[in-house]
Design a protein. Structure first.
Length: 309
């Protein structure tokens, strides 16, 4: 039995096959690092998650170019995932060159662009619209690192934009018919069970296409990691049981049509300070599946009255 709408199931029903993400590093930066809205980045950020990404400047790619490619899936079975840093934070002509090249590459079924909601402009929305019209056979997704709806936590993690900016971006993407996939972190300092559930219920109401759930990792060479090493007693690092419980609640509280792209993240083994149990990703996912089964939680089971939140 399927307890939630997984990315694999979504691909099968939508494309009739499995798709694989090919992480791309297009040499972007981030306004939260270059001084525009901050210099030290989000406190948990070790550099924009582009560790395994292929350097990309619009060149034609083949499978052998992809790092950690064990799939041999063939042309048309990859998603060009603009992953590293903020991928709409550049002049529109540069973005057009990169996105146009990836959408024209037979390797990719479509592209997914990881970015921040405060890094859009009329010009960029117009570009997305034009690309969509030029490539009706390909998809364009936008991935937004929201992490939480709670302003107090957002200030602590130095996210650098208020929730209203995210809402405006979602409205604009809705108007263009471009799906948004939203990243949420579970285990943020001072966030209660109710706080986490409130975030996913909000996302169900506002209408997003997909979600990536991610455990808070304490990484070396981040401000969060340094603070944790100096004062571990100030932090409550989630146990696996707590994470499994919270994730199951989130799944139950998500609208049924939202695709769950990820249930936990990959912590870089060398950089991860805590929680170390998260390195065994298979075990975590199995535990979540088990929790859903024994508690008979299916996606949306706690999401009945959309207006009553
Ligand atoms: S917005 Fe993304 S890339 Fe920029 S500092 Fe935060 S997590 Fe890192």
């Amino acid at each position: 039995m399927e307890y939630y709408r997984s990315f694999a199931a979504y691909c099968k029903e939508t494309f009739g096959r499995k798709l694989y993400r090919a992480a791309l590093d297009a040499g972007m930066t981030c306004p939260n690092r270059d001084g525009t809205c901050g210099e030290r980045g989000c406190i948990f950020c070790a550099g924009g998650s582009g560790d395994f990404a292929v350097q990309y400047n619009g060149q034609r790619l083949c499978e052998d170019d992809l790092s950690f490619n064990h799939h041999k899936a063939g042309n048309g079975n990859y998603i060009g995932y603009f992953q590293a840093y903020t991928n709409t934070y550049a002049p529109a002509d540069k973005l057009e060159h990169l996105f146009e090249a990836a959408l024209s590459d037979p390797l990719f079924a479509g592209i997914s662009i990881a970015t921040r909601p405060d890094c859009f402009s009329e010009e960029i929305y117009a570009l997305l619209q034009a690309l969509k019209e030029r490539h009706p056979d390909k998809f364009i997704w936008i991935e937004l690192g929201l992490q939480t709806i709670h302003e107090k936590t957002a200030a602590y993690i130095r996210r650098g934009y208020p929730l209203s900016v995210f809402e405006e971006c979602i409205r604009n993407l809705h108007a263009l018919g471009i799906p948004a996939i939203v990243h949420v972190i579970i285990g943020l300092p001072e966030e209660s069970e109710e706080d986490v559930v409130a975030t996913v219920r909000y996302l169900s109401r506002i209408g997003i296409a997909g979600i990536k759930l991610q455990l808070l990792h304490y990484l070396r060479d981040t401000d969060l990691g340094r603070e944790y090493m100096a004062h571990p007693e100030r932090f409550h690092v989630l146990t696996m049981e707590e994470y499994v419980h919270l994730t199951a609640l989130c799944i139950g509280s998500l609208a049924e049509d939202i695709v769950i792209h990820r249930l936990t993240g990959d912590g870089n083994r060398e950089e991860l300070l805590a929680p170390l149990w998260s390195l065994d990703k298979r075990r975590v996912i199995n535990a979540i599946q088990h929790e859903l089964k024994i508690r008979q939680i299916t996606q949306g089971i706690f999401w009945q009255d959309k207006n009553n939140i």
